[in-house]
Design a binder for this molecule. Structure first.
Ligand code: UD1
Length: 419
């Protein structure tokens, strides 16, 4: 199995180009199921989850072609099946995103029920009750969600919890429903906004974009378009954290600073000098002292849960004591035990971590338990004295394109090894 080996203590400096957002490209690829004919998605990151989505679409009979720049073109005219099988759903929960668009366009769909995962039980009840409110008949049996509807009907839906893929699924269902749908308490993550903008380009009639109240006037058909994925805000934040934790200076290019406001504020609070333009961010931590910052995760525009683990690594070697509270997932603290193997001083009380910054972390063999946990261990390894070996980095490859190559270019001593 592949591992990452890091010899820590090197300051990271230079420039890095950010990829398209994983959490935007997955719903956008699912949205291609709604298009009559061909549709092209650009600025696609080369990630395992994207490959899984391509396999999922191909398994349904969609023709998928990928050009040299990794632009993905789909053609739904060849579709033969409306099923997302267990083999794919178990490796990528986001497969659930085909539920809404397939049902809306083809009148039936079968998706293997995603199980729990490392960070929590992650139910999909809100996706299902929203579709039922739009007139779908749904059964859950033999591990599959089976949904049918001749044509979905507009409905007023209040989502009981803010859910990102739940909002995306119901949005993709509502665009082809008969009449008007309202989605209240909707997620307003930038990736939801990107999806809504793409759907409108395809001919949908969505208003209230960027707010918690979406209004969708159903249309009869949507056309295929060309759409460019927005930059990945979590990848951006992770590279900024890599410079912050090593006392370096970094410029991230092809970024979207407007999607990261609270994260940038926390970097400033941590002592970094931040400069932004429309599509780049510079973080300067040279000759500055890294300070602890308190973090509470919230739905957007609050602090993203997907950056919590990275700030835990930073706080582990920052000056002062911090409190980190995870409010989105019930079990997203598994990096704590691994960081403690590297000398971090953390006390866990339920979903709150009290972190006492240590002057030095030390390298150790550690294990990645989920995608963002793996990022926090890489960050800790970059800052630590000595050698860190990170196991189970298949988690990392789900969300970070060529991470070791990009970090090497910034001056890190990191390599991917087999065995
Ligand atoms: C998405 C992101 C993930 C991010 C998360 C929160 C993708 C592919 N993944 O995950 O990176 O960490 O948003 O920002 O975009 N919930 C229910 N019932 C439901 C749906 C959700 O109770 O039907 C709960 C979940 O268990 C969780 C919370 O709502 O506690 C938020 O989950 P949700 O926003 O749905 O996360 P994902 O969309 O799966």
């Amino acid at each position: 199995m592949e591992k990452l080996v890091i010899h820590g203590g090197k300051q990271l400096n230079g420039e890095v180009v950010i990829s398209g957002a994983k959490n935007a490209v997955l719903p956008l690829l699912a949205a291609t199921l709604l298009a009559d004919g061909k549709m092209t998605i650009k600025n696609v990151p080369r990630l395992r989850d994207v490959n899984t989505t391509i396999k999922l679409l191909e398994g349904m009979g969609v023709t998928v072609s990928v050009d040299d720049d990794y632009n993905i073109t789909t053609d739904t005219r060849s579709i033969t099946s409306y099923c997302a099988p267990y083999e794919l759903v178990k490796t990528m929960r986001a497969s659930i995103l085909v539920l809404g668009p397939t049902l809306a366009r083809y009148g039936e769909v079968e998706v293997s029920l995603p199980g729990g995962c490392a960070i929590g039980s992650r139910p999909v009840n809100i996706h299902l009750s929203g579709l039922e409110a739009m007139g779908a008949s749904i059964s859950v049996e033999e591990g599959f969600i089976r949904a049918k509807a001749k044509r979905l009907k507009g409905a007023n839906i209040v989502m009981e919890k803010v859910t990102v893929t739940g909002t995306a699924n119901l949005l993709m269902a509502a665009v082809l429903a008969e009449g008007v749908t309202t989605l209240d308490n909707a997620a307003r993550e930038p990736e939801v906004t990107d999806l809504a903008n793409c759907l409108n380009k395809m001919g949908a009639k969505i208003s209230g974009i960027d707010t918690t109240s979406l209004r969708i006037e159903g249309v009869d058909r949507l056309q295929g378009v060309e759409y460019t994925v927005l930059p990945d805000r979590i990848e951006t934040g992770t590279y900024l954290a890599a410079a912050a934790i090593t006392g370096g200076k970094i410029k991230v290019l092809n970024a979207a600073p407007s999607t990261l406001e609270i994260v940038l504020q926390k970097f400033r609070d941590a002592g970094a000098l931040i400069t932004t333009s429309t599509d780049w961010i510079e973080l300067d931590m040279q000759e500055r002292i890294l300070k602890s910052v308190d973090i509470t995760t919230e739905p957007h525009p609050g602090f993203p849960t997907d950056m919590q683990a990275q700030f835990m690594a930073m706080n582990s070697c920052a000056r002062g004591i911090s409190v980190i509270t995870e409010n989105i997932f019930e079990n997203r603290m598994m990096h704590v035990a691994e960081l403690m193997r590297m000398g971090a001083n953390i006390r866990l009380e339920g979903n709150t971590a009290i972190v006492a910054g240590m002057p030095d972390l030390f390298g150790a063999p550690v294990m990645a338990t989920d995608l963002r946990a793996s990022a926090s261990l890489i960050l800790a390894g970059l800052a630590a004295n000595g050698k860190t070996i990170i196991d189970r980095i298949y988690h990392t490859d789900r969300g970070y394109e060529k991470i070791e190559v990009r970090l090497q270019k910034l001056g890190a001593n990191i390599e991917r090894v087999n065995g």
